[in-house]
Design a protein around this ligand. Structure first.
Ligand SMILES: [Cu+2]
Length: 135
């Protein structure tokens, strides 16, 4: 009986730890992110997610360069379940940058080294996209 209780206690502890892990990940949203180390001298690109587009809708970015994205999500309408937006550019190695309603993120990216025009956009709302002109 004592052994059973020990196993039960261990299981409960594992469940508690798992639950805490998930909760902490959600709690880590910083609404106004600081400039990350190395971002001071990067090429700054400021973007805004609205409810239905990205402003500006096209930006020119030097190739093979450190870029600091400053992305604000102004889509804060209450009751809208799709207020999160993300910026993703699979063709140019831009991994998901997720921006919560009202949040400003500051993230570094080393830009793609092949000049050209590329579509990047929100995978949560596939109709929201923009153009990166890499030159
Ligand atoms: Cu979106």
């Amino acid at each position: 009986m004592k052994k059973c209780l020990s196993i039960l206690a261990l299981l409960l502890l594992m469940l508690a730890l798992a639950a805490c892990g998930g909760k902490n990940a959600d709690d880590e949203i910083v609404m106004d992110e600081p400039v990350p180390p190395g971002g001071e001298n990067a090429f700054a690109v400021e973007l805004e997610f609205t409810a239905d587009t990205i402003v500006p809708n096209s930006v020119t970015i030097p190739a093979d360069t450190d870029v600091l994205f400053v992305i604000y999500n102004s889509d804060t309408q209450e009751g809208d379940l799709n207020e999160d937006h993300n910026l993703v550019g699979p063709d140019i190695g831009l991994q998901e940058i997720l921006v919560a309603p009202g949040q400003t993120v500051r993230r570094l990216w080393h830009s793609y080294d092949q000049p050209g025009e590329y579509r990047v956009g929100c995978t949560i709302h596939p109709w929201i996209d923009m153009t990166f002109v890499i030159e």
